[in-house]
Design a protein around this ligand. Structure first.
Ligand code: SAH
Length: 469
């Protein structure tokens, strides 16, 4: 390793920037943002940079670099002129005075370099590749950014406040380490990530009290993540869903969760299929609710994966009701609902300034051969209807919409296995779609969209790779 990472206390660092170009501007901004006091010497400097330095109490001197005397009193020197010889001279002088010095674009001329940083203050991640490729560092930073939740800083602040107290309460290093693992990977961290600071703090205090009375007992209480898996394409999973899947002990999934999404679950995670198909429930809903409770009570992190969004025709509400009654920590991770996925992947916008000012998600599930729906509201102009679970009831639904006054030529699109490799889009109208789905042998999961927006499919679907019928 040629460059060793050290983190400087910004309150005690004073920097002198020599040079006033674009790099100086960038460096000044990041140093000042971090709280470093900066002065600048340059033969020419932009108004913007001058203001940046001066508004934070810094001094701007219009002059050429002439002697090392100007460096007195600084801890960090940045050689940023466009003259390499001058920069080398600055670096030599600074090093002779025992100062930290960075030279623009010449990592080895100075003795420190700037890394790419991820700021989750007080948590900071710095990446360096010894100056070989700043772009590579920046690409790596972008990738890491996605996997370090924004709230990590808040988590660090919270645990920082309790560090000394935990040390007093748990003097044994092993107990303390296991306590912190539980806190940082368990319900406390998740509460912080989902914006529940107060709940996180009280959970931490409860854990600590419990650990104080029973330091040998594992403090791990289980928790449940109710995760929306999206409509099929695994790319549509949210970053949070992906992250939680990586730390789950067990995943409960159902028929709508695609193989592609399941492939993102680590092999070490136990999988339990609780799939439901119409009229063929492999595990009844109450059984699923109870399973979640049982696993969590065994101290497990349970990921409950549901197709689409858990709160849209997903019975997610019932599952968390049981968890709440049993005081089991949980969080709900929204997913892309089938209507959004199918709409995007078939080029049918759900609303449109000219055709639909509202959209309505409707369940088309048949109960005793009938669908009890507010037909007169559904036939209103200017809205898009999306029918979930409506494949079997489709002929009945189309007939009723016409009977209640909807234009029999109203366009309808049926989207089968939306967002997956096998997506099919059938476009027709209220009168002809029932015969079409019969002939095409449409499979589940499918939904259909009723409304003028369907006409846009021809115009907008050219970019999709799906099969149109
Ligand atoms: N919670 C889910 C919906 C569950 S209800 C969500 O938010 O998407 C199940 C119904 O959703 C299916 O009967 C079907 O109508 C619809 N559906 C789910 N995934 C689908 C897909 N990939 N393509 C088309 N329809 C889908």
């Amino acid at each position: 390793m040629t460059f060793f990472p050290l983190f400087h206390n910004t309150q005690q660092l004073k920097a002198l920037l020599i040079g006033g170009g674009a790099i100086a501007q960038r460096r000044a901004k990041s140093l000042i943002d971090a709280g470093v006091a900066c002065d600048l010497i340059a033969t020419a400097v932009s108004e913007h940079l001058t203001q940046l330095i001066q508004t934070t109490g810094g001094r701007v001197t219009i002059d050429a670099y002439s002697s090392d005397e100007v460096m007195l009193g600084y801890g960090l020197i940045l050689a940023l002129t466009d003259d390499r010889c001058v920069n080398q001279q600055i670096a030599r002088h600074a090093k002779a005075m025992g100062l930290l010095v960075n030279v623009a674009d010449k990592p080895n001329d100075g003795n420190v370099i700037f890394g790419a940083t991820i700021d989750r203050a007080p948590l900071t991640i710095a990446i360096s590749n010894g100056g070989a490729s700043p772009v590579l560092s920046s690409i790596l930073r972008q990738q890491l950014e996605q996997f370090v939740p924004k709230a990590y800083g808040q988590l660090a602040s919270l645990v920082g406040r309790y560090r000394a107290q935990v040390k007093d309460v748990l003097p044994n290093t092993q107990h303390r380490s296991s306590f912190w693992h539980q806190v940082l990977q368990g319900a406390v961290a998740e509460a912080v990530f989902s914006g529940k600071q107060d709940e996180a703090e009280s959970l931490l205090i409860n854990h600590l009290e419990e650990a104080h009375s029973h330091p040998d007992r594992t403090m791990g209480s289980g928790e449940v993540f109710l995760i929306g898996a999206g409509p099929g394409d695994p790319d549509l999973l949210t970053l949070r869903a992906f992250r939680l899947l990586q730390k789950a002990d067990v995943v409960l999934h159902d028929a709508l969760v695609s193989d592609g999404v399941m492939a993102l679950v680590p092999d070490s995670v136990e999988r339990v299929y609780v799939g439901k198909r119409r009229a063929n429930h492999s595990v009844p809903q109450t059984g699923i609710n109870q399973l979640l409770v049982d696993y969590a009570k065994q101290g497990k992190r349970v990921a409950r994966l549901k197709g689409g969004d858990p709160f849209i025709f997903g019975r997610g509400g019932e599952e968390i009701e049981t968890l709440a009654q049993q005081h089991i920590p949980f969080q709900v991770v929204p997913g892309i609902t089938a209507a959004s996925g199918c709409s995007a992947y078939s080029g049918i916008p759900l609303t449109h300034r000219d055709y639909a000012q509202s959209v309505r998600f409707v369940t088309g599930q048949l109960r005793d051969g009938t669908v009890n729906l507010p037909w007169s509201e559904l036939v209103a102009e200017g809205q898009t209807l999306v029918f979930y679970m409506g494949l079997n009831g489709l002929p009945f639904i189309c007939k009723n919409l016409i009977q209640h006054g909807m234009d029999p030529t109203m366009p309808v699109a049926l989207i089968e296995k939306g967002t997956t490799q096998d997506q099919r889009v059938l476009v027709s109208d209220l009168t002809h779609l029932p015969a079409m789905i019969e002939a095409e042998k449409v499979m589940s999961p499918s939904l259909f969209v009723v409304g003028r927006v369907v006409d846009l499919h021809d115009k907008l679907a050219w970019f999709t790779s799906t099969r149109d019928v």
